[in-house]
Design a protein around this ligand. Structure first.
Ligand SMILES: Nc1nc2c(c(=O)[nH]1)N[C@H]1C(S)=C(S)[C@@H](COP(=O)(O)OP(=O)(O)OC[C@H]3O[C@@H](n4cnc5c(=O)[nH]c(N)nc54)[C@H](O)[C@@H]3O)O[C@H]1N2
Ligand SMILES: Nc1nc2c(c(=O)[nH]1)N[C@H]1C(S)=C(S)[C@@H](COP(=O)(O)OP(=O)(O)OC[C@H]3O[C@@H](n4cnc5c(=O)[nH]c(N)nc54)[C@H](O)[C@@H]3O)O[C@H]1N2
Ligand code: SF4
Ligand SMILES: [Mo]
Length: 685
């Protein structure tokens, strides 16, 4: 039995995994004990990796559409078809080629994402998109605008942890394990979530907030911290900009008004603020998308950064920390681009904030570009590692977009709902059949570590890794100068060079990975903050100059976007996409072991709401919004606040994105509204 040490890729965290192989076949997988993130554990998804790799549903040969049917072709012909199309549209306007890459490709690390986007740079199209249009990126932007950098919370070393809009037992098991360890040593735990999650059940205080009202709650906390003089005066005086204006701003809100907006009692708001200031070090762990997908997404992230700043919890162990980055070589060649991507004229920070380049467009603008040619026509769309028909908002419009585009190429392992619309299907390898670099542990967890994700087995059938495919496309396009590499290994070695490591080192000598630096505390004392004022920007002059709110002004999402009348017509608040530990977005539904545990999706509603609409537990209900309607089974539970309904995403049987709007909601980032959509419910058969 051979053991290959690799990193899981079945959700966003890349836990260390041992792959047990016999005669070239995976027998089982186990958690890697020496990995600093998961320390020997795997969640249920990681554990079923062999079932996923050897799934009977996998498609392992390229196929081209002929009318209503698929025809198998070989790789050479498939690549030629694509290259011919690219050559043709390049002559007219290279910007008319767009790519959507999904989470699995983002998780391929800089050598995978960077490689595909380098191709785009050389081709001359800025139109790179990903689910970051509605995920995480907004937290990054909000923190950078406030602190000049992107730090992460450090619950492992904290004495007071606030988990805000996050259910780590479902979505980030390694974080749940960290919090459990912190609880054992006596750390205070506060959870802000409209649902009674497992972490909420463990908490000292659970604030079941009204969805979408988090900015109000944050302003309430700031008010208590400022007006009761609980803030760290010395830190604020020396290192923060705009305290006076923040003080004036919070005085405009009363706690009574905030309590009404958030459904959280005034005393609880004050108690959370006092606990957070009293206990040091303290940190807030922000959920990975729930606070983003509202009109105040950037302001939510700014609020969380501001609360850390007011309490002096920045750059301290157990507060907000920053680990040194892995110094790999950047594959991007942005400077070659003739234009900015779609959506960036309206949302410039989505592309770049000061010296930080985020490198992609706001995907919500792809709809108008494809459907209306506004501001110009996108003709060819390449989708890899993503299933937008189920994961992007307003599925009716997404379907129209996929049908309308002239040439749609999808690279995946399975015939997804999205792939069904493709003109060309390309079979991808799973993460256990290819090589890539996992170089983002420091950015996500503050763990300065990197390792290789290794090719544990040979590709199944004719499946190819994404980078292998793009290497061939670059060769056929004649881009020899910018793509001198012969193999994926060459690419990874080039990216790794400044680190002093090579693929061979990280395979032979350090298969479990290597430490790449340290967590730096108190760095600002020497260098200040990398904002225009050199201080933490409680008040943001940059936002003011651009015409945005310079302070985190709270807004009710429903009132803000839909107004009074519609809120009456659709009286229930729909929140979507809360994770469960068995599935990743639309993936793994075809793994029998998972399907047995959770055979179908359900909508969570409170018993009081159920009574109001005459709905019994287990009955089917119809849920409608302005955008569409779905039928789904009701789960009546007091684990959710009244007048709110929670529906998971990624199920073709009841696609919640048929109900969500694709129009940009956050004025700064363009993120759509997925967490507080006005809805109507009724019993159905
Ligand atoms: N198993 C699994 N793990 C995953 C994923 C997956 O699909 N499956 N996806 C990965 C990805 S890409 C991401 S982005 C992350 C997502 O991770 P998160 O964004 O952290 O998602 P959840 O952990 O489900 O937590 C969201 C919580 O927010 C609550 N919530 C909903 N609306 C609101 C609101 O308006 N305010 C507040 N305060 N709370 C609200 C929900 O009740 C839910 O408990 O998970 C990652 N991990
Ligand atoms: N309503 C609502 N919608 C949401 C969310 C929500 O909370 N609510 N969450 C949003 C968030 S945060 C995110 S990140 C997105 C995620 O959106 P997507 O990234 O579109 O999510 P997945 O369904 O995981 O799609 C991944 C696809 O990649 C394929 N795949 C896996 N590995 C590889 C590979 O190596 N190469 C290739 N070519 N393909 C591969 C899988 O088979 C699968 O079809 O969903 C978003 N959608
Ligand atoms: S939490 Fe589970 S699915 Fe995610 S990387 Fe770890 S083992 Fe894999
Ligand atoms: Mo995400």
């Amino acid at each position: 039995m051979e053991i290959v040490k690799t990193a899981c890729e079945l959700c966003a965290w890349s836990c260390g995994m041992n792959v047990h192989i016999k005669n070239g076949k995976i027998e089982r997988v186990s958690g890697m004990k020496e990995h600093p993130l998961n320390r020997g554990r795997l969640c249920p998804k990681g554990s079923i990796s062999p079932d996923y790799v050897y799934s009977r549903d996998r498609i392992t040969h390229p196929m081209v559409r002929e009318g209503d049917r698929w025809k198998k072709i070989d790789w050479d012909d498939a690549t030629d078809l694509f290259v011919e199309n690219l050559r043709e549209i390049r002559e007219i306007d290279p910007r008319s080629f767009a790519t959507i890459i999904g989470m699995p490709i983002l998780l391929g690390g800089s050598s995978t994402v960077g490689f595909i986007r380098r191709f785009m740079d050389v081709f001359g199209s800025p139109n790179c998109f990903s689910p970051e249009s509605m995920c995480y990126r907004h937290e990054i932007i909000g923190y950078i605008l406030t602190l000049g950098k992107f730090p992460v919370a450090d619950p492992e070393n904290s004495n007071c942890i606030v988990v805000w809009a996050h259910n780590p037992h479902a979505s980030k098991p390694p974080l749940a394990w960290m919090i459990e360890r912190a609880r054992k040593r006596g750390a205070t735990l506060i959870v802000i979530d409209p649902r009674k999650t497992r972490v909420a059940e463990m908490a000292d205080i659970h604030a079941p907030v009204k969805p979408g009202s988090d900015t109000y709650l944050a302003v309430g906390m700031m008010k208590v911290i400022v007006e009761e003089e609980l803030y760290d005066r010395e830190f604020v005086t020396k290192f923060c900009h705009g305290f006076d204006r923040l003080e004036e701003f919070v005085s405009q809100y009363s706690l009574a008004e905030i309590a009404e907006k958030t459904w959280i009692h005034e005393d609880t708001i004050a108690e959370i603020a006092r606990e957070f200031t009293k206990t040091k070090p303290a940190c807030i762990v922000q959920g990975v998308n729930a606070l983003d997908q509202v009109p105040t997404g950037i302001q939510n992230a700014r609020s969380i950064a501001i609360i850390h700043a007011l309490t002096g919890n920045v750059d301290v162990k157990g507060g907000f920390v920053r680990a040194s980055r892995v110094h790999t070589r950047n594959l991007r060649l942005h400077e070659l681009l003739p234009d900015i991507p779609l959506g960036i004229e309206k949302h410039p920070f989505f592309y770049q904030i000061w010296q930080t380049h985020l490198g992609e467009g706001q995907g919500m603008y792809l709809y108008d570009a494809i459907l209306k040619g506004d501001p110009y026509q996108i003709k060819t769309l390449f989708i890899a590692g993503s299933n937008p028909l189920l994961t992007w908002p307003e599925s009716g419009r997404t379907a129209e977009m996929l049908k309308k585009v002239d040439f749609l190429v999808v690279m995946d392992m399975f015939m997804t709902e999205t792939a069904k619309h493709a003109d060309l299907f390309l079979p991808a390898t799973t993460f256990l059949e290819r090589l890539e670099l996992v170089d983002y542990y420091s950015v996500i967890f503050g763990i300065p570590y990197m390792m290789l994700r290794k090719k544990a087995i040979e590709p199944i059938g004719q499946a190819k890794s994404d980078v292998d495919f793009w290497l061939e496309v670059a060769r056929k396009m004649g881009y020899h100068e910018q793509f001198p590499w012969k193999s994926v290994e060459d690419v990874v070695n080039w990216v790794l060079e400044p680190t002093g490591y090579s693929v061979e080192d990280l395979t032979e000598k350090n298969p479990s990975g290597v430490w790449t630096g340290e967590v730096r505390y108190g760095e600002y004392m020497q260098r200040g903050f990398r904002t225009p004022s050199g201080r933490i920007e409680l008040y943001s002059d940059t936002l003011a100059e651009m015409g945005y709110d310079p302070l985190p002004v709270p807004k009710d999402p429903v009132q803000e976007i839909y107004g009074e009348e519609e809120s009456r017509e659709y009286p229930v608040i729909l929140t979507t996409g809360a994770r469960n530990v068995y599935f990743t977005h639309s993936q793994l539904r075809n793994v029998e072991k998972m399907r047995k545990i959770l055979p179908e999706p359900y909508a969570e509603i409170n018993p009081e709401t159920a009574r109001k609409y005459g709905i019994e537990d287990g009955e089917y209900i119809s849920v409608s919004t302005k955008y569409g309607s779905i039928r789904i089974r009701a789960k009546v539970t007091d684990g959710i606040v009244p007048d709110v309904i929670n529906i998971p995403h990624g199920w073709k049987e009841a696609n919640v994105n048929a109900l969500t709007p694709s129009r940009p909601a956050d004025p700064i980032s363009g993120c759509p509204l997925l967490k507080s959509v006005p809805a109507r419910i009724s019993k159905t058969s």
